[in-house]
Design a protein around this ligand. Sequence first.
Ligand SMILES: Nc1nc2c(c(=O)[nH]1)N[C@H]1C(S)=C(S)[C@@H](COP(=O)(O)OP(=O)(O)OC[C@H]3O[C@@H](n4cnc5c(=O)[nH]c(N)nc54)[C@H](O)[C@@H]3O)O[C@H]1N2
Ligand SMILES: Nc1nc2c(c(=O)[nH]1)N[C@H]1C(S)=C(S)[C@@H](COP(=O)(O)OP(=O)(O)OC[C@H]3O[C@@H](n4cnc5c(=O)[nH]c(N)nc54)[C@H](O)[C@@H]3O)O[C@H]1N2
Ligand SMILES: [Mo]
Length: 742
Amino acid sequence: MTNHLGDIQNSKAIIIFGANPAVNHPVGFQHFLKAKEVNNAKIIVIDPRFTRTAAKADKFVQIRGGTDIAFIYGMLHLIFKNGWDDKTYNNDRTFGIEAVKKEAEKWTPKVTADVCGITEEQLIEVTRLYATTKPATLIWAMGLTQHSIGTGNTRIAPILQLVLGNMGKVGGGTNILRGHDNVQGATDFGCTSDSLPGYYGLAEGAFKHWSRVWNVDYEWLKSQFDSEMMNKPGFTLSRWWQGVLEEEKIYNGKAGKIRAMFCMGNGLISIAQTNKVREALNNLELFVMVDPFPHDAIAYTERKDGVYLLPAASQMETSGSVTATNRSAQWRFQVVKPLYESKPDEEILFEFARRLGFYDEFTRSMTNIAKQNGREKFIWPDDATREINMGMKTIGLSGWTPERLKDHTTNWHLFDTVSLKGKGPLKDTYYGLPWPCWNEKHPGSPNLYNNSIPVMQGGMGFRNNFGLEQELFGKKYNMLASKGSVPPKSSQKGGYPEITADNIEELTGKKLTEKEKEIVKGKNWKTDLSMILVNKALEAGLCPYGNARARMYVSTWPDKIPLHREPIHTPRPDLISKYPTYPDKVNQFRVDTKFASLQKDWLKDFPFQLNTGRIVTHSGQGIEARVSLALTEINPEMYCQLNPNTAAELGISEGDFVWIHSPEGFKAKVKVRLTYSLKEKVVFAPFHWAGVAQGESLAKNYPEGYVPYSIGEAINGVTNYGYDIITQIPETKCGLCRIEKA
Ligand SMILES: Nc1nc2c(c(=O)[nH]1)N[C@H]1C(S)=C(S)[C@@H](COP(=O)(O)OP(=O)(O)OC[C@H]3O[C@@H](n4cnc5c(=O)[nH]c(N)nc54)[C@H](O)[C@@H]3O)O[C@H]1N2
Ligand SMILES: Nc1nc2c(c(=O)[nH]1)N[C@H]1C(S)=C(S)[C@@H](COP(=O)(O)OP(=O)(O)OC[C@H]3O[C@@H](n4cnc5c(=O)[nH]c(N)nc54)[C@H](O)[C@@H]3O)O[C@H]1N2
Ligand SMILES: [Mo]
């Protein structure tokens, strides 16, 4: 999220792609409604379903799933044609618009309407409204990401905002509504298989940086790995099962196939190919589940040994910082001590580290921090937070001291909900210190890339992350921002590169002492633990990461600019030759991923489109709500939705059971609810149920006395094979299926 929920109240137009905040972010959605009521903002919803969010919209366009790139190019076509693009902004602050313009030429209203399944008038009306209203914000969530072209989707949306000059503006930006409590924090802290904490990557330099922070010898760290694999991304959550089953080639170094699984806080049945997950669970040698609840995934294995369920304490029983969707942090204070035998996650991890023989290394930097503060033992989670302050420069977490975070949380009544600005003792800070919060004096950055305010008030340009020069159409482009395009009070008059020991004196115009020079030698702002480089840059009004151009064109990616590609299982096979998916990909996160080899005309056998998502009374994989009697009572059973006309054609009535068949040969038995919110031949199903597999109840497999109040077919048993080309997120929003009356 570049801006924040309150800031949406400053928007005059809000376009929502593939998000249903009325249902999934009902508290945050209040800000959208206020923008409409108080600021007369126009809400535009682009979704294959007429959702509760769409019910509040001024304009709703019911596009075919998986065609957002086409739709946005259709908008861009009209924007360029009518001169609605912000030329000064793009001249000064972006790179690659020529390539976008060239692609947009192809997307006339006629072509776009055909691909998206809409009318030309709808596209024209929405584009005129959105492009001529400022400031305007763009919202997205899972409707854009869960596709084989998910990465393309999440690039084209900011490109639209850049072309219109909406990025880095109050009331503008791209506001991506994140999922779980603290999912932003989990991402920042490196819970992905291709990066160390803080997006440092997996290169040797990244490991060396963190070994300095952790105070462990780099060689020791290296010795923990199969050296060949240390710098390679691991398996992803969506494909771990392939590493167990080894049906296809895996690239897992000396270790070979996966034999053990330790799962902490995930539903497991929430990923696509549930039947493969089930098989993999049965084939592990060891399966450890750390969760507050006796979990559905346990029921998916028949095994009687090698399975351990460790009771985790819940969030009420733990404390520490959690990061909200807008990159701001709050301190969570413990409400009660862990009940019964449960333990907080970190204690379980400490215990593992102890038994595996690396507790000392695991906790060393916290112990050092304690000693520096005259204490014998580290304090959890305060000293862990201080460790992060020291190491996570990339996203600017140095200013998130435990003291400041607690101060903000306990005094939250002192902050304005629209601007996030504090009052009284907390004036000149923004609530939760949204990152980057460069140092202990920095107020946090409510809106990313806002170059109209000084860096020490939360301003900045775009990050200099991709070198100083790029080539496009045979011409070389400087990647730094133009002269004049710079936050006020800066020692530089225009663009500048990221801060290093070598350029700091020249950029700030200030000399370092000999001692300082010695300390920062060979370092840059990301790796200098002394903070000298960051602090000196800030004193000169410079942003540590530089002041560069936002990049629309990426020469090293499969799609240099986003391209529309039909879903692997497309309901428009006639469009495959024009908009084919990618070639199959070899060794992506240690497995091969199929694209082109699977894309064909599936339609004659699987004539219905399958879309999945959420309902308000249930959550995620569902265990947390299906063990609540009150919530289960509101939505007691798994179901799918169908358009009444489609149902009538199949002789299906409300309440009938159907079999949903997938191209992979799996099936699910589900009750039908009828609704005109879906177009004909589209099926929608929530993914909150588990405990029934291809019609078979797994109730017998739960620990005795722990069957949830409601179990049901997991729709991920039939969501189709399909993964994003960069991230490997499953294509759960765009599949095909066949429906038969059960
Ligand atoms: N009550 C409740 N709230 C939740 C959750 C929950 O489980 N229950 N989960 C949380 C989590 S983890 C997350 S990630 C968020 C997710 O929040 P959302 O992304 O809002 O959730 P979804 O319902 O998965 O999908 C959003 C919308 O995308 C639409 N869509 C599907 N395909 C396409 C497409 O190709 N293009 C477009 N434009 N739209 C499409 C769907 O029809 C749906 O209306 O919600 C969070 N909030
Ligand atoms: N078909 C389809 N599939 C989807 C999606 C979709 O839209 N369609 N959406 C995807 C998305 S966006 C998401 S985020 C996933 C969600 O899928 P999951 O992440 O599997 O969902 P949750 O049910 O939230 O799982 C969280 C688990 O953590 C446990 N837990 C809660 N607090 C703690 C704690 O403090 N410690 C520990 N150790 N455990 C805890 C809960 O009891 C629960 O079992 O599903 C994905 N799958
Ligand atoms: Mo999510």
